[in-house]
Design a protein around this ligand. Structure first.
Ligand code: NAD
Length: 500
């Protein structure tokens, strides 16, 4: 069966055929062999405005539904995602090039966040606060916010949407989603599934709108004053364009941008764990995760052993079609990603780096962009090491004492994910302390990628400062009201003010 036939079958099972149009501006492709799957008509500024209007109308209805009843819709969404897990996972593999278990893992992440959101739907609570005035009570309420704009990147075509949408829905919001123009089909499949969940539970169908297109469509969403929150996931470049536009209308942003994640490997590290953690984090999803490991900072006393074990592991990595069961490294998303990989390696070489393994084109499926993951030993943290190259390229830097390692670690503009491998409790605690890693995620004895949904996800500095998913991230999707209630017959003023 061809990949296109596979896609058609998946949409039939989901019950929502895709309206391909021969002259559509958006070309849906698979990175597996670069072939075209079909074309879609892009939204216009006018159609984006219409969809925001529909989402706003749905919000006005939805905010009156009690939160636990809103949870019933998200529970149904989670059930339907369970039912369609294999199909949605296959679409992720076809559109983003992830290996089968990672494609399915992404759908599992959607299911998990739905479960978390259903629980939350009974716990969206505020505080009761002691008032300084007699016969008064203060309290905080969290109210639905409005239409949430979600802009997502190609490398997590569905999970990022669900982190935002599942919470937004239980919080009483509607969502307008602009998926990456490289992964529109998975978004359309999710829209169909969410519409079915709405039909089954009586939720407004307009709760989820999908707008299709590239940055102009994103800009129309970003500029719409009826969208109080724009949650944008993608490159730091994109975040720097989106943030000032939303700020100009005093809207809120939740930014999840680029990372340049590092792991410190200390002398006491369990090297078996470290090698496994490094290899998964650096080459999983062909190095195309925001949390992918890009820098190893290793103590000079164990560098040779670590590097030789890493090189040995890299040289046996199965590279090829992500549809094949044994593959661990699939394709890069497109030609420009492959060029970025090559250019970064050339620059690292001219900065004095030595390529220890990989860095060349790999045999994969014709038409796709497959590479041998690279490890490059660097004499210093040069500009290219400080930049995020979205490909399986791992730099090795060497340190003598932990302060130097932490300085190197924090000496980049991004601040997403980080790790230390050590058996020394002092080193581990220092790394996760206020003077250790400056990232939003700091791990001990596990790699930088593969976060669970229970924790708040996001990073500092040029990663944008947003937090999604678990912990108290739900508060982003609500507005806080502070209420003071006077149940006395007097009208005392705060701070003892006397007004006649
Ligand atoms: P990208 O920035 O090219 O595109 C991301 C999304 O933003 C797409 O939907 C795109 O159409 C849209 N967009 C681009 N410019 C825009 C603009 N000016 N206004 C509105 N929308 C705009 O990123 P990508 O190549 O799809 O994804 C890779 C990047 O995303 C990497 O930098 C990666 O680290 C980052 N990422 C971060 C996280 C995180 O949680 N921190 C998660 C996934 C990916």
């Amino acid at each position: 069966m061809s990949i296109t036939e596979h896609v058609t079958e998946i949409f039939e099972r989901i019950g929502a055929p895709v309206a391909f149009s021969a002259d559509g501006e958006i070309v849906c492709r698979t990175p597996i062999d670069g072939s075209e799957l079909g074309r879609l008509t892009a939204d216009t500024a006018a159609s984006v405005a219409d969809k925001v209007g529909e989402a706003h109308a749905a919000f006005e209805q939805w905010r009156t539904v009690p939160a636990p009843a809103r949870g019933a819709f998200v529970r149904e969404l989670g059930e339907l995602l369970r039912e369609h897990k294999d199909d949605l996972g296959a679409l992720v593999t076809i559109e983003a090039g992830k290996i089968v278990s990672e494609g399915q893992g992404e759908v599992q992440e959607m299911i998990d966040i739905c479960d978390l959101a259903v629980g939350l739907s009974r716990q969206l609570h505020g505080l009761t606060i002691a008032s300084e005035r007699p016969g008064h009570r203060m309290m905080e309420q969290w109210h639905p916010l409005g239409v949430v704009g979600v802009i997502s990147a190609f490398n997590f075509p569905v999970a990022v949407w669900s982190w935002n949408a599942a919470l937004a829905f239980v919080c009483g919001d509607s969502v307008v989603w602009k998926p990456s123009e490289k992964t529109v089909l998975t978004a359309l499949a999710c829209r169909a599934i969410a519409a079915e969940a709405a039909r089954r539970t009586g939720a407004p169908e307009g709760l989820l709108q999908v707008v299709v297109g590239a940055r102009e469509v994103g800009e129309a969403l970003v500029d719409d004053p009826r969208v109080p929150l724009v949650s944008a996931t993608g490159s730091t470049r994109m975040g720097k364009e989106v943030a000032p536009r939303v700020a100009a209308r005093l809207g809120r942003t939740l930014l999840e941008l680029g990372g340049n994640n590092a792991a410190i490997i200390a002398p006491s590290a369990d090297l078996d764990l470290a090698v496994r953690g490094i290899v998964f984090s650096a080459v999983g999803t062909a190095g195309q995760r925001c949390t992918s490991l890009r820098r190893v900072i290793v103590h000079e006393s164990i560098k040779d052993e670590l590097v030789s074990r890493l090189v040995a592991a890299y040289e046996t990595l199965p590279i090829g079609s992500p549809l094949d069961g044994g593959t661990l490294v699939g394709p890069l998303i497109d030609a420009s990603a492959a060029q970025g990989f090559e250019k970064a390696i050339d620059q690292a070489r001219s900065d004095g780096g030595t390529v220890l393994t990989g860095g060349t084109t790999a045999e994969g499926i014709e038409g796709g962009h497959y590479v041998h993951p690279a490890i490059v030993d660097m004499p210093a943290q040069t500009e290219i090491v400080k930049a995020e190259t979205f490909a399986p390229l791992l730099y090795v830097l060497t340190y003598r004492d932990l302060d130097e390692a932490i300085a190197l670690h924090n000496g980049v503009a991004q601040g997403l994910s980080s790790a230390i491998f050590t058996m020394d409790v002092r080193e581990a605690e220092l790394f996760v302390s206020a003077t250790g890693s400056d990232c939003g995620i700091a791990n001990v004895n596990i790699g930088t990628s593969g976060a669970e949904i229970g924790g708040a996800f996001g990073g500092e500095k040029e990663t944008g400062g947003g937090r999604e998913s678990g912990s108290d991230a739900w508060r982003n999707y609500m507005r806080r009201a502070t209420n003071t209630i006077n149940y006395s017959t007097e009208l005392p003023l705060a701070q003892g003010v006397d007004f006649g």
